[in-house]
Design a protein around this ligand. Structure first.
Ligand code: C2E
Ligand code: CA
Ligand code: CA
Length: 900
C-alpha cells in the first residue's frame, strides 16, 4: 500500500536504478571483449579466418566459465539490488506509513511542481482518491481539481500566496471543516505542503473570541468601573467604559500605562496603596473606600480589588472594581441627618406625640412634650400601655377613645381638660389611625396639644378685633356694631341720638416734636377724658387721631353740648412725663334718624361734618347738613374729571417770575420762573391748584400729572433763548409712589435742559412721610446736577432738623410771614432769622408772596437773595413773559410784569 504513495520518478529509487544500468552496461562490454558477438554485427578484423577445435573448446569452456561467473555475478547483483530495493521499499513504506499516520495531510512536489508524494490523510481531508492524482500531475493541477469539487475556496494563486505565509491559509470545506494549509519551498526547488484539520481549534478560538467579546461587553456595560492591570509592571491591560467615563480618559489612553502616568500624584499614590493592600491580603481581595481627585473635585470611591493568580499560584493580574459613591455617601449622610433632624423635630415639637401599637396597645414612641401627660420620662413610657400609666378611671376613658378612633380608621379630634403637674389644662387631642398594607389598623398616633394659652389668646384676639390696642376703646368695627344696635333700639320710636366724629388737633405736632411714645400717651389720656365726658355713652377710637361718640337725648342740642364739653376737656393742658402738652378737638355731628338710617351713613355724615368743621377752623363744631354730602359727592365728580384732564389737554402751566431782590421792581432783575399748574375745567372754568393738587395727591393721579408738568416745564424752559431758571413743584406723593429720580433724569435728557437750570421745589412733606427714603431720593436728585429748594418754609414746624439733614440750595420763606411784614413785628423777626439761618447754612433765600414796595424794601435791605410775588409778576402763560425769556414779542404786545 505504502509503495503506492510514491509516484514514478520518486527521488529515492533513482540511485538503485542507476546502479542496475551501470552493471548491465559493463557486463555487455565484457562479453563483447571475451567472445565474438552472439548475434549479428561487424566483427573485429583480427578474428577473421579459421579457428582451432581445441581453441574452440578452450574458448567454449572459458566462455562457459565466464558466462557462469557473469551469471553468478549478475545473480548476486540482482539479489543485492532486490535487497536494496526491498530495504528501500521498507524504508519508504516506513516513511509512508509514518506520513500516513500523521494527522496532517502532506503533499510534496518536485522542482517541476509534479506531485511526488501525497499522504492518505490529504486524500481523506479533501475527499479524494488516489486515482484523482495521476502520474506527473502538478500541484496547481491538483488544486484546480479541488476547486472544481468545491474543496478549495480560493484561487490557485491566492492559495500559494497565502499558504506560504507564516500564518498559512485556512480553507473552509463544504462539510464545515476548516483546514490550515502551510506551504514550504524546499532548497532543491521542490515543495512540501501540510494540511491540518483545524476545525475544532477554529471553533474553540471563535468561541473564545465571542466569549471574550461577550465578557468585555458585559464588563463594558456594568455600571461599576472595572480595570485590570499586570502585577509585574503595574500597567493597565483593561478598562471598561464606566472606568473611562469616571476617569475621563479613553481606554487607549489608559491601557499600557501605569496609574502614575495617568492620574494626579496623590490619586496615583492612593491607588497604589490600595493595590498593595490587595496583594498582601490573604483572602486575595481587598475592599476599601478612598478619595481621589477628579479635575477640581474630590470623589469617594468604594473599591474591591481582586488578585488573579497563574498556574503556579503567582499573582498575575489585579482586577480593580470600584464605584463612585460620593453622591450615595452624601445622600446617606443626608438621610442620616434628616432622620436625626426629624427625630429632633418630633422630640421638640411643642405638641405631645405618642405612637401606640394597635395590636397590644403598647406605647412605641413618645416625645418630650408627652412627658407632661404621661407623668414620666418618655423612655420610661415605651413598652407600657395606658393601663400601666393612668389610673383605672382615666385608663378606661383613654382606651375607649382609642378604640373609637381605631374603629373610625381616621382622624378623631376632641378638646378636653387633662390634669397635669401644672394643674388642669385644656388639651386638643387628635387620634390618627395608621393602616398596614392589608388595610388593617397598625398604629395609633396621638397628639395632645395644650390649647389653654391659645384659647386665651383667641379670646384676647376677639377682644382686639373690636378694641383699639392702645386705648382699649372699641374700634371702628365695634363702633359700627354699637351704632347698628342703637339704630335697632330707636327705630320706630321718637328716640334720636347723635354721632360725634372728633378729630384730635395737635397730635401730629406732638408726635413730630416729642416722638410717638409721647403721642401714644396723649391718646391714652384723651381716651380717658372722652370716656369721662361721655358718662357711660359709647366712645370709640375710629382711627389715628379720630374718635367716635354716641349720645342720646334731644338732638342736635345734646350732641353739640357733648362736643363743647369734649372741646373744654381736651383743651386742658396735658401733663405727660412732666411736660405740658396742648391739644384740641374739632367735631362733626350727625343725627339719627335725620342724617341717615344705617350705621355707615351716619358715620360717613358725621365725617363729612367734621371735614367741614376742619375747613372752617380748628376747634370748631359742625352739624351735618345735606349739602355737605353734596360737597363730598362733588369732590368725587371733580376727581373723575381730573382723571381725564391731562388726556383732554385741560392742564396748562403758568409761569411766575422770580427776581433777584433789589430796592425796586425795576432794579429787581428776573432770574427765573416758577411753573404753576392750572386746570381749565370745561364746565367749572379755572380750578385752583389749592383744590385739585390735594385731590390728585389723594388719588395718586399726581404721579402722572407731575410727570406731565415736569416735562412741559422743562420743554418750555429749554426753548427759551435766555437760559433762565425754571422752578417746578414736586409733591410728596411723587416721592412716595413714583420713581422720581429716573423721571427727572430722563426728562432732562429728553428735553435737553441743562440740569443746573432746573430747580425742584419740595416741601417738608417729602421728609416727614419717610425721612430715610426722602433723604436718599433728594441726594440722588441732587447728584443729577439739579437744585433743590425747600418750599413754604415756616408753615410747618420741624423744618430746622430737615435743613440740617440735607443741603438745600434754596429756602422759600412762606407767604404767611411775608404777608405780615410791616404789620407784625414778629414776622419781621422771623424773616430776618430765616435769612440769617439760611445764609449760615450757605443756602440762598427767596421770599414768596411779595405784594408791596414795603415788603420788597424790607427784604432787599435784610439781604434776602430773591423775591417772588404779585408785586414782581403774577403767574401767567409764558407768552406774557416772552420778552423776558428772549422771545420775539407777538403782535407788538409787550409783556408786562405787574399786570395779570
Ligand atoms: P406754592 O408752590 O407755594 O406756589 C405759590 C403760590 O402762591 C401760587 O399759588 C401763587 O399763585 C401764589 N402767589 C404767588 N405770589 C403771590 C402773591 O404775591 N400773593 C398771593 N396771595 N399769592 C401769591 P397757586 O398757583 O394757586 O398754587 C398753590 C399751590 O399749589 C402751590 O403753592 C403749590 O403748592 C401747589 N401747586 C401749584 N402748581 C403745582 C404743581 O405744578 N405741582 C405741584 N406739586 N404743586 C403745585
Ligand atoms: Ca412752590
Ligand atoms: Ca410756596
Amino acid at each position: 500500500m505504502a509503495g503506492k504513495n510514491w509516484q514514478a520518478g520518486g527521488r529515492d529509487s533513482i540511485p538503485a536504478l542507476a546502479l542496475v544500468c551501470l552493471l548491465a552496461t559493463s557486463a555487455s562490454y565484457g562479453l563483447a571483449w571475451a567472445a565474438p558477438p552472439v548475434s549479428g554485427g561487424s566483427a573485429p578484423s583480427s578474428y577473421s579466418g579459421e579457428l582451432d577445435p581445441n581453441m574452440i573448446w578452450e574458448m567454449l569452456i572459458g566462455g562457459i566459465v565466464v558466462v557462469s561467473f557473469l551469471a553468478a555475478a549478475g545473480l548476486w547483483v540482482l539479489s543485492a539490488l532486490r535487497r536494496v530495493k526491498r530495504s528501500q521499499l521498507r524504508r519508504s513504506a516506513f516513511v509512508s506509513s509514518a506520513l500516513n499516520n500523521l494527522s496532517q495531510g502532506v503533499v510534496m512536489t518536485d522542482v517541476r511542481q509534479r506531485i511526488i508524494y501525497c499522504n492518505d490523510r490529504y486524500l481523506e481531508i479533501y475527499g479524494l482518491v488516489r486515482a484523482d492524482i495521476p502520474r506527473n500531475m502538478t500541484g496547481p493541477e491538483l488544486l484546480e481539481v479541488r476547486r472544481k469539487r468545491g474543496a478549495l475556496d480560493v484561487s490557485v494563486d491566492e492559495f500559494y500566496a497565502q499558504a506560504a505565509t507564516a500564518d498559512g491559509l485556512i480553507t473552509e470545506l463544504p462539510n464545515g471543516k476548516s483546514v490550515l494549509v502551510k506551504y514550504f519551498r524546499l532548497p532543491n526547488g521542490g515543495s512540501v505542503a501540510t494540511h491540518e484539520d483545524c476545525t475544532a481549534q477554529r471553533k474553540l478560538s471563535r468561541k473564545l473570541a465571542s466569549t471574550t467579546q461577550f465578557l468585555e461587553s458585559v464588563l463594558d456595560n456594568v455600571p461599576v468601573c472595572v480595570a485590570a492591570k499586570n502585577i509585574e509592571d503595574g500597567r493597565y491591560i483593561f478598562a471598561n467604559r464606566a472606568f473611562e467615563r469616571f476617569s475621563r480618559f479613553s481606554r487607549d489612553h489608559i491601557v499600557g500605562k501605569r496609574a502614575d502616568e495617568i492620574f494626579q500624584p496623590e490619586t496615583a499614590r492612593t491607588i497604589d496603596t490600595a493595590d498593595q493592600s490587595a496583594l498582601k491580603a490573604p483572602e486575595g481581595y481587598h475592599r476599601s473606600e478612598f478619595e481621589v481627585e477628579r479635575g477640581s473635585e474630590k470623589r469617594v470611591l468604594a473599591s474591591n480589588r481582586v488578585i488573579a493568580r497563574d498556574e503556579n499560584n503567582q499573582p498575575e493580574f489585579l482586577i480593580a472594581l470600584f464605584d463612585d459613591v460620593t453622591d450615595r455617601r452624601s445622600l446617606s449622610r443626608e438621610l442620616e441627618s434628616t432622620k436625626k433632624f426629624l427625630e429632633l423635630v418630633v422630640d421638640n415639637i411643642p405638641v405631645s406625640l405618642i405612637v401606640e401599637r394597635v395590636s397590644d396597645g403598647k406605647y412605641l414612641l413618645a416625645n418630650r412634650s408627652a412627658e407632661t401627660i404621661l407623668n414620666r420620662r418618655r423612655e420610661d413610657a415605651t413598652g407600657l400601655t395606658a393601663a400601666d400609666i393612668f389610673n383605672p378611671r382615666e385608663a378606661k376613658l383613654i382606651i375607649a377613645r382609642d378604640e373609637a378612633a381605631i374603629k373610625k380608621r381616621g382622624l378623631l379630634t376632641e378638646e378636653h381638660p387633662i390634669s397635669t403637674k401644672d394643674g388642669l389644662r385644656l388639651f386638643l387631642t387628635r387620634r390618627m389611625t395608621v393602616l398596614d398594607d392589608a388595610g388593617e389598623p397598625q398604629y395609633l398616633i396621638k397628639t395632645h396639644e395644650d390649647v389653654t394659652d391659645r384659647r386665651q389668646t383667641e379670646s384676647r384676639m376677639a377682644h382686639m378685633a373690636y378694641h383699639d390696642g392702645l386705648t382699649d376703646l372699641p374700634n371702628r368695627a365695634a363702633f359700627l356694631q354699637a351704632l347698628a344696635q342703637m339704630i335697632e333700639a330707636c327705630e320706630g320710636t321718637e328716640e334720636e341720638f347723635a354721632v360725634l366724629c372728633i378729630d384730635l388737633d395737635g397730635l401730629k405736632e406732638v408726635n413730630d416734636v416729642f416722638g410717638h411714645a409721647m403721642g401714644d400717651k396723649v391718646l391714652t389720656e384723651v381716651a380717658q377724658r372722652l370716656q369721662d365726658c361721655a358718662r357711660g355713652g359709647v366712645v370709640a377710637r375710629l382711627g389715628g387721631d379720630e374718635f367716635g361718640l354716641i349720645i342720646d337725648g334731644k338732638q342736635p342740642s345734646a350732641g353739640i353740648a357733648l362736643a363743647e364739653q369734649v372741646a373744654i376737656a381736651l383743651a386742658k393742658e396735658f401733663q405727660i412725663d412732666g411736660k405740658p402738652v396742648r391739644a384740641g378737638a374739632t367735631t362733626g355731628i350727625s343725627v339719627f334718624p335725620h342724617n341717615g338710617s344705617d350705621a355707615a351713613a351716619l358715620l360717613a355724615n358725621s365725617g363729612a361734618a367734621l371735614f367741614r368743621a376742619k375747613a372752617k377752623s380748628r376747634g370748631s363744631i359742625s352739624v351735618f347738613e345735606p349739602e355737605m354730602d353734596q360737597q363730598i359727592r362733588d369732590r368725587r365728580v371733580l376727581h373723575q374729571d381730573l382723571s381725564v384732564a391731562i388726556k383732554n389737554g385741560e392742564l396748562s402751566l403758568y409761569y411766575q417770575p422770580q427776581a433777584a431782590s433789589g430796592p425796586t421792581v425795576a432794579t429787581s432783575e428776573v432770574i427765573g420762573f416758577e411753573a404753576l399748574a392750572r386746570w381749565m375745567h370745561p364746565v367749572r372754568g379755572f380750578v385752583s391748584p389749592g383744590d385739585f393738587i390735594p385731590l390728585a395727591e389723594e388719588s395718586g393721579l399726581i404721579v402722572e400729572m407731575g410727570e406731565w408738568i415736569l416735562r412741559e416745564a422743562c420743554r418750555e424752559a429749554a426753548s427759551w433763548p435766555v437760559p433762565m431758571q425754571i422752578a417746578v413743584n414736586l409733591s410728596p406723593a411723587q416721592f412716595m409712589h413714583g420713581d422720581v429720580v429716573s423721571l427727572v433724569h430722563s426728562i432732562l435728557l429728553e428735553t435737553g435742559l441743562a440740569p443746573d437750570r432746573l430747580e425742584l421745589e419740595i416741601t417738608e412733606g417729602v421728609l416727614i412721610e419717610d425721612f430715610d427714603r426722602g433723604l436718599a431720593l433728594l441726594r440722588r436728585l441732587k447728584a443729577l446736577g439739579v437744585r433743590i429748594s425747600m418750599d413754604d418754609f415756616g408753615s410747618g414746624y420741624s423744618s430746622l432738623s430737615y435743613l440740617q439733614a440735607f443741603p438745600f440750595d434754596k429756602i422759600k420763606i412762606d407767604r404767611a410771614f411775608v404777608m405780615h411784614l410791616g404789620r407784625n413785628p414778629q414776622s419781621a423777626a422771623i424773616v430776618r432769622a430765616v435769612i440769617d439761618l439760611g445764609h449760615g447754612l450757605e443756602m440762598s433765600i427767596v421770599a414768596e408772596g411779595v405784594e408791596t414796595q414795603e415788603q420788597l424794601s424790607f427784604l432787599s435791605e435784610e439781604g434776602c437773595d430773591a423775591v417772588q410775588g404779585y408785586f414782581i409778576g403774577k403767574p401767567l402763560p409764558i407768552g406774557q413773559y416772552a420778552a423776558l425769556v428772549g422771545r420775539n414779542v407777538i403782535n407788538g404786545i409787550e409783556s408786562t410784569r405787574k399786570t395779570g
